[in-house]
Design a protein around this ligand. Structure first.
Ligand SMILES: [Zn+2]
Ligand SMILES: [Zn+2]
Length: 157
């Protein structure tokens, strides 16, 4: 049986049997660390890909007591790492999206206000182009938006 270094912390080796999913992790790390703490957050592939950052976070977490002052700050940092920082196309407001929502170019409010009404008539890319145009024209944004929406509705009649 081949022996491999466990990718969790390289401190120990283990024997690989068959082609189980924990082949890059030893059995113990697979069950006690991945399955127990991270399975619900990361698919296994992402877990392995980000294992260095996750391990550092994991070690920090173990050092920090629940409820201490630093804990809140730590959670905040953790969330910031996990999410991508974005700036809203329409009002410049800053917001965070999770990785699979990166196509979003609007904050929640503007998404509701500008994106949803146009959605039946245009693709995501078209909407982004339209909104960028409205924004760059610099005139009354809401009036310009109403105009676009009115034309879209009339054209599909
Ligand atoms: Zn291990
Ligand atoms: Zn916005």
């Amino acid at each position: 049986m081949p022996t491999m270094k466990c990718v969790w912390d390289n401190s120990h080796k283990y024997e690989v049997s068959g082609n189980e999913q924990y082949k890059t992790l030893c059995k113990s790390c697979y069950y006690n660390i991945y399955m127990k703490h991270y399975q619900s957050i990361y698919p296994f592939y992402d877990f392995v890909k980000n294992i260095k950052a996750i391990r550092i976070q994991h070690q920090l977490k173990e050092m920090i007591d629940e409820g201490c002052d630093f804990k809140a700050e730590f959670d905040l940092i953790t969330n910031k790492i996990k999410k991508t920082h974005m700036k809203c196309l329409m009002d410049g407001k800053e917001y965070y999206v999770s990785e699979n929502e990166e196509f979003r170019f609007l904050c929640k409010e503007c998404f509701k206000k500008y994106y949803l009404p146009l959605k039946p008539y245009f693709t995501v890319n078209e909407i982004e182009t339209i909104l960028t145009g409205i924004k760059e024209a610099g005139s009354d944004i809401d009036a310009a938006f109403e105009e676009v929406l009115k034309n879209a509705k009339e054209n599909t009649k």
